[in-house]
Write a new protein. Structure first.
Length: 160
């Protein structure tokens, strides 16, 4: 997410008030930081080129400027590929579906991150290399025509 920091600072009191009203109303079901921002800044945002908000379940490209680890984080992927992922809640099921539908894309990104991080953070480079290795062994039955529409999340109901 790219932010106009001066504008965010100027509108912070209104954002804070909106969050307080939601908390005090008791309407907190599925209310998180992204929802609060969407609600407070509805109509005051613009689309970025997808290369500035690229998702790891999309096909690999070396043209992505920002990889947004949307969905399962590296720790989630490690648990899933080691058989230690047993969550039955909505998020756990959703993350499992994301990985099952796009394990090849996650593998490609983990290989790339393992190589890319070698000169910056060797321990993280090793982590992603190990994760890539685990993903090569991760197999789930996913039909070729599997419904992947759940990964095309539409946050706003209308375009700006």
């Amino acid at each position: 997410m790219l932010l106009n920091v001066p504008a965010m600072r100027a509108t912070y009191p209104a954002l804070e008030e909106q969050i307080k009203q939601r908390i005090f109303s008791g309407d907190m079901l599925r209310y998180d930081d992204q929802f609060a921002l969407n609600e407070a800044y509805h109509g005051l945002w613009d689309h970025l080129d997808p290369l500035f908000n690229y998702k790891p379940y999309w096909p690999f490209t070396n043209h992505a400027a920002i990889l947004h680890l949307h969905g399962p984080k590296p720790g989630n992927l490690e648990a899933m590929t080691s058989g230690q992922w047993h969550g039955e809640d909505h998020t756990s099921i959703f993350f499992g579906k994301m990985l099952n539908a796009s394990s090849r894309h996650y593998l490609d990104w983990c290989v790339w991150l393992g190589d890319f991080l070698q000169t910056m953070d060797f321990s993280e480079a090793i982590r992603f290399a190990r994760l890539a290795s685990a993903l090569t062994r991760y197999r789930r039955e996913v039909p070729a025509n599997a419904d992947r529409n759940f990964m095309n999340i539409k946050i706003f109901t209308e375009a700006p």
